[in-house]
Design a protein around this ligand. Structure first.
Ligand SMILES: *Cc1c(COP(=O)(O)O)cnc(C)c1O
Length: 354
């Protein structure tokens, strides 16, 4: 930790930890005693503090409220089988955060503040890392533009904040998904590769419509033809076609998932090849027709792997999968859990001790 970014710690006098049950938690509803707040002004990060968790005060003219300069990350920390606490691949999230920042003309956050701040915050709130099976501490770093002015222009002042949320297991049932043929999440030349709030706000309507028709999520396709597949909801998507695993390539319209990268690495370790390339809806229909469409699943930090149980590919073709037979998805989930919990060797150095 460079002296340059000394972190001041102001501890709460009213810890909620003692009166909080850490069993059977849901996702993203409970927060720990403290948060990290860093302020950017005059062209540099000026102040980094760990403060009692609570509301923040902003000027109503703060640009985040008007033109949406906001980016975020999602990371998990685990209480491991060896009794220590680890964060999974935070360096990847730090790099991606700065790619998101650059895409929205926001300042980069130095490693000392992002990773160093994360470590220090977890040290202060270590008691909040759940130890119950399948539980974890979800870490949400984010940055907002705070300068008070209404011009459409990159702001000159920002806040970088990290909050922590003890979370339970994700017992998602197999998802019912349909191809999105009208709405677009992201197009070439846009900022689909960045985790910015605007991408999520503008995706809500499509999902709302899909839910009305009995689906859980949409499979995003490339505009305007809606032929090539991008992602499933806010997860990357993978298919097993015959003995090949295929996933859309990182073409700037999709998020470069840390889970996606980890899964490709594990599959390569097993000697399997993953094809990162354009995948059309027609290719999936053909694979279904010739009997080679074996598995379909989403990948992301929250659920790790989310099997697709029902997939609508066209007006008259809805495929039902028996997800119990998803051998590759199951083995991947087990392997990633084993690595995260220290049940197998961490050969790629993915765990950072905190
Ligand atoms: C966060 C996210 C993912 C998954 O990324 P992970 O790093 O694996 O959690 C995929 N797609 C979108 C749109 C996302 O926001």
């Amino acid at each position: 930790m460079a002296e340059e970014y000394k972190i001041d710690v102001v501890k709460t006098e009213n810890s909620r930890l003692e009166r909080t049950s850490m069993e059977n938690l849901s996702f993203g509803k409970m927060f720990t005693d403290h948060m990290l707040v860093a302020d950017y002004a005059n062209g540099k990060w000026e102040k980094v503090q760990i403060l009692p968790y609570g509301p923040i005060t902003l000027d109503p003219a703060a640009t985040v409220f008007h033109y949406g300069q906001e980016i975020f990350e999602g990371i998990k920390a685990f209480h491991n089988n060896d009794g220590n606490d680890y964060v999974f691949r935070p360096d990847m999230n730090w790099k991606r955060f700065n790619i998101s920042a650059t895409g929205l003309c926001m300042p980069e956050v130095p490693e000392e503040i992002f990773i160093g701040g994360l470590k220090k915050l977890i040290e202060v709130d270590r008691g909040w890392i759940p130890t119950a099976p399948e539980h974890s501490l979800y870490i949400r770093p984010f940055m907002i533009a705070t300068q008070a002015f209404l011009g459409v222009h990159p702001a000159k002042e920002y806040k970088f904040i990290i909050i922590l949320s003890p979370s339970g297991p994700y017992f998602g049932k197999p998802a019912a998904i349909r191809i999105e043929r009208h709405f677009t999440r992201s197009a070439k030349g846009g900022v689909g590769y960045s985790k910015n709030g605007g991408n999520y706000a503008s995706s809500l309507k499509a999902v709302e419509k899909a839910e009305k028709d009995g689906y859980d999520q949409v499979l995003w396709t490339e505009a305007p033809e809606h032929k090539n597949i991008q992602e499933v909801g806010a997860m990357n998507v993978m298919f097993v076609l015959g003995d090949k695993i295929v996933t859309p390539e990182l073409d700037g319209t999709i998020l470069a998932g840390v889970t996606r990268d980890s899964i490709i690495t594990v599959l390569n370790d097993w000697g399997l090849t993953v094809e990162e390339r354009p995948i059309s809806v027609d290719e999936l229909i053909a694979a279904h027709q010739n009997g080679t469409f074996r598995e379909a699943f989403g990948t992301g930090t929250a659920a790790v792997i989310s099997p697709i149980g029902k997939l609508e590919l066209s007006d008259d073709l809805v495929i039902e999968f028996d997800v119990e037979k998803f051998d590759i998805a199951k083995k991947l989930k087990a392997t990633l859990d084993d690595i995260r919990l220290g049940r197998v060797a961490d050969t790629h150095n993915w765990l950072m001790k905190v």
